[in-house]
Design a protein around this ligand. Structure first.
Ligand code: SF4
Length: 556
């Protein structure tokens, strides 16, 4: 019998070098794809040329076509190719400006003299009834006619539509924001003053905001005397009848006792606003209560908080106060030892160890660590997914608060690229681990006929291609909906992820790692890093072509 040839140190080195070079190339392809996503010209692509022409017909009666946009302005060209005007959308600048229940998008049409020829409605996420009212109001749409582009960034006092005030004002603010007005998404712009907090802290001489999260510390001669929480700065917008209110909560220095609440302003209707203002001023039901007691109280307005009853405005104030208190509690808790993040790092570190060391191949270790991963998935909810990667590529990410997810993603992408071992899929991924445990419970395993197996094994690759193609087309599709992972953190809320999770886990009892083999695009991406670690494959060529196409898409 022939003895297998032992490889020489020189051959080992060569193989290792090949693996590193190829691993770097494959990792580079993924990082380049993310970088390309980041540089996509999203804002200029939002206007459909056919829609521009349709809506410009009346403001610019000449026969026009639309040209390539620059800085979000689409030129309108006559038959001779001369520019006779421009059209532009109020997005993305208006995206944060909410009316009753959502932002709107308008189109502004200019003549060749850069004066407004017309403003037209494009879309709205606001309440249908209010939007319809605004759409039918001629004076509202005429208010910009004839104004120079340079004047549109001065918000002034817009014409608003009675009965749809918030929707129309939000649209008008969107136009101003598009042309440079700052703070249009801020409905309560005034800074917190000593007068606003005098009810609870009459002796205060300084207010200091910790960060920009709506939590303020109050001082008297440099002595800390309490905390103020402000709803509009914490991004809390519980609505009353017709809009949100700006509510403040005064807390004692220990942070556990409420000294009272204040009412800085409201977009809601009279007389409800005045009722709340009077009650807050003269019979503050929150004063003297413990934070825990208010958080534990029934969500509906209790007579102990508002004697004037449960109007929508009262209800909104109670909801805002409770939300502010619970967010403040979370911020305070986070100042302690970061248990969650520490446990996540232990879990990831252990996973990398059992994924690389041969001890991880023992059945008991494999199943034991799979159980740990399932518990980590259920409690921490962190998983690598296409939605997360595409989101990071498109919008970037802040390191604070997501360090464990960053470490998890780095372990998933970097370790396979340089070691050839897919530690994330093989050991760490909670969804993979759940399938491993399911498979270990049933002895009899099914095996698909080879042809069916080959056909189904292509599905993850095709899904991966489709996801990235749609991402580059800026489709806006939430990719979390086509993977099962969000169900681990949010529960059985969205139907499709929950269905994929259920079907995949049930199938895993009979078909080894069924979802991993026949469904998972994230698994396919990680397989791309590890398959044939020392040889150039057809997938590497396809990846090179796709990255070249992505670069062209970005550059052209
Ligand atoms: S293939 Fe997908 S589900 Fe399976 S282990 Fe990998 S990432 Fe998790």
């Amino acid at each position: 019998m022939a003895t297998p040839k032992a490889s020489s140190p020189r051959t080992d080195w060569k193989r290792r070098l090949k693996r590193w070079v190829l691993g770097s190339y494959r990792l580079g392809v993924i990082l380049a794809a993310l970088a390309c996503l980041r540089t996509l010209p999203r804002d200029e692509a939002s206007l459909d040329p056919a829609l521009i022409l349709k809506l410009s017909k009346e403001p610019i009666p000449a026969e026009v076509s639309s040209g390539d946009p620059s800085d979000g302005h689409y030129p309108l060209l006559d038959g001779a190719g001369e520019t006779v005007g421009w059209a532009t959308s109020t997005q993305p600048q208006a995206a944060k400006i909410q009316g009753y229940s959502g932002p709107s998008e308008l189109m502004v049409v200019f003549g060749a003299d850069r004066k407004v020829r017309g403003v037209r409605f494009l879309s709205s996420a606001d309440t249908d009834g209010h939007v319809e009212k605004v759409r039918g109001d001629e004076p509202f749409w005429r208010q910009w006619d004839g104004k120079a582009e340079a004047a549109l960034g001065a918000p002034g006092t817009p014409v608003v539509v009675s009965g749809a005030t918030l929707t129309s004002e939000a649209m008008a603010r969107g136009v101003a924001a598009r042309f440079g007005a700052e703070g249009m998404d801020e409905w309560f712009p005034a800074a917190l003053s000593l007068v606003d907090i005098a009810k609870a802290f009459p002796e205060a001489d300084r207010i200091s905001e910790s960060g920009s999260n709506g939590i303020y510390q109050v001082f008297k001669k440099n002595e800390f005397i309490g905390t103020v929480l402000r709803s509009s700065r914490m991004g809390i917008s519980a609505r009353g009848y017709n809009g949100t209110s700006d509510v403040i909560v005064f807390l004692a220095p220990d942070g556990d006792r409420i000294l009272g609440i204040g009412f800085l302003g409201s977009r809601d209707n009279e007389p409800y606003v005045s009722d709340v203002r009077d009650e807050v001023r003269y019979a503050d039901g929150f004063a003297g209560k413990g934070v825990e007691a208010v958080l534990a109280e029934d969500v509906r307005v209790s007579p102990s908080l508002f004697t004037s009853g449960a109007s929508y405005t009262n209800q909104a104030v109670v909801e805002s106060v409770r939300e502010m208190l619970s967010r403040h509690r979370a911020v305070e808790d986070a100042k302690g030892f970061p248990w969650k993040a520490s446990l996540a790092f232990v879990w990831i570190g252990l996973g990398v160890f059992v994924g690389i060391h041969k001890v991880g191949n023992r059945l008991a270790v494999r199943l034991g660590y799979a159980a740990v991963s399932v518990v980590a998935g259920l409690t921490l909810g962190w998983m690598v997914s296409q939605d997360q990667l595409v989101g990071w590529g498109m919008n970037g990410f802040g390191v604070r608060g997501i360090l464990p997810l960053l470490a998890l993603t780095a372990a998933a992408l970097v370790i396979p690229a340089f070691t050839g071992r897919n530690v994330y899929c093989n050991r760490i991924c909670p969804h993979g681990a759940a399938q491993t445990l399911a498979g270990s419970l049933v002895r009899k395993r099914l095996h698909l006929p080879p042809k069916l197996h080959t056909a189904l094994a292509r599905l993850p690759w095709l899904t991966l291609l489709a996801i990235w193609a749609l991402a580059f087309l800026v489709s806006g599709i939430p990719f979390a909906r086509i993977e099962p992972f969000e169900t681990w953190s949010s529960g059985f809320v969205a139907f499709i992820p929950a269905a994929i999770l259920t079907v995949g886990l049930v199938a895993a009892f009979f078909l080894p790692q069924a979802y991993c083999h026949y469904g998972c695009p994230t698994g396919a991406l990680l397989k791309f890093l590890t398959a044939s670690p020392t040889a150039w494959t057809r997938r590497d060529t396809i990846a090179a072509v796709l990255i070249a196409a992505a670069l062209l898409r970005v550059l052209l």
